[in-house]
Write a protein that binds this ligand. Sequence first.
Ligand SMILES: [Zn+2]
Length: 440
Amino acid sequence: VERTSGILPAAGPGTQKQDMKKRTSKDIRNESRFALLRGLYSLGTATRQELASATGLSFATIANIVGELIDVGVLVEAGREDSGGGRPVTRLRISPARGALVGVDIAETYLHVDVYDLALDVIGQAESELPIDENEPASLARRVAALVDQAASAAGIAREGILRVGVSLPGQVDPQRGVSVFAPNWDWHEVRIQSLLSEAIGLPVDVDNPLRAIAIAELWFGAGRLVDNVATVNLGTGVGAGLAVGGDLVRGTSNTAGEWGHTTLIFGGRLCRCGRQGCVEAYLGVPGLQMTMAEVNASHDLLTGDRQREFVSDVAKGLAEGDPDCIELLEVTGRYFAAALGNLINFINPDHVSVLGWTAKVLGPELLRVTQTYLPNEVLPSAGAAVQVELSSVPGNSVTLGMATFALEGFLEQVGLPSRGPTAARAMASRKRSVEAAGA
Ligand SMILES: [Zn+2]
C-alpha cells in the first residue's frame, strides 16, 4: 500500500497485515469514514481529491463515503472552484447547521456544558458549582438537564435542535452498558446513569470517563492529527492520562486504562486518596502540590486558603514575583513530574505527550521548562529522543469536546453510518459474536 504524505499517517505494514485477517469489509468501511471525518475536521474544507491524499484512501472510496454523508446532511458543498481546465471541483465541509452536539463535564466540584455545532465549534455554554454532597443520581441528572437547557438557550437553539449529548463522569464508567461502575467520591456503585440522564434531558446520551474524552479530543483535534501514539496527561485535582496507540483509543478491558495517576512514584510515600501510598497523583494533583509547599515552608501564606484554584493561581503570582518558596515548589514538582512522565514514556513509547488540565493552564510553561531539564535522566535514550512533550493544542475544554466527539460518533451510528475507530469496530464485532454464541 502506497503511503501518502497526508496528515493522517497510515498504519504500519505489520499492523495492517495482522489486522486484515480479523477485519471485515464493514469494519474497513467504518474505519474509512472515521479517517475521512478526522481529515475533514482537520482541514476545515476539502475537495474529494484533497481528502484522498490526506487519508490515503482511494478516490472511489472517498466519493462513496462523501455521498453517504451528504445524504444524511452531515456534509455540504462549501463552493466550487476551477480545477484548471476540466470540470469545476467541489469543496466540501461539515454542515454546522445539521444539528448541535452537547458535551458535559461533570467534575467533582462543578458542572460545565458546551454546546457545539456539527463543525464542533462552541456556540453556547453554561457552568455551575456542584456541592460535594449533591450526589443523588436522579437529582444530579436533573441538574445536568437544567444546565443543558441553559447552555442551549445561550446558543440560541431549542432542545430539539440538539442531536445527542455526551457526558463525562468521574470514576469508572462502562459506556456500553451506560453505567457508572464506581465513583469513589460519591460512593456510587453500578448506577444506571445513562438512562437517568437520557430521561432527564430528553435526548440520546453517551457516557464515558474524562480520560477517554481527553484522549479522543487529542486524537481528533490535537497532536493525534499528526502522529499515532499520544499520551494526554491531565493535571488538576486528580491526575491521569488518556492514551492513543496506533491512532486508536486505548480503553483497556474495563475502560480504566490510563490511570497513570495511581501508579507508584515513591514506594511507601504519601497516602493517596485511592488508599494506596506514593501514587503520582499524591505528588502532582493540586493537594499534592499543597503538601509539597508545606514541606518547603509550612508557614507559607499560600497554605492558609483551602481553595485549590486560588492556590494554583497564587503560586503563579509568587513565581512571577520571584518568591523563593514558589520557585522551590516548582523545582521539586518538576522533578516528580519528570520521573512520573519517564515511567509513562518508557512504558508506551509515545510520539507525543500533550499536557492539559487547569494546573497546566496556569503553571504549564514554567512547569514544563523545569520538567524538561530533568526528563532526559528519567527516560531511555531512544524513547526520550522520539517523544515531544508539550502543552495540548486542543482549543477550549478537551473533556466537553471529547464527549461531543463521542456524541458525533453515536449520532452517525444512529443514522446508519458508524465511524468508530479500528478498536471500537473490532470490539463491537467481538461483542456481537459473544452475544450470538450465548444465544445459540
Ligand atoms: Zn492513588
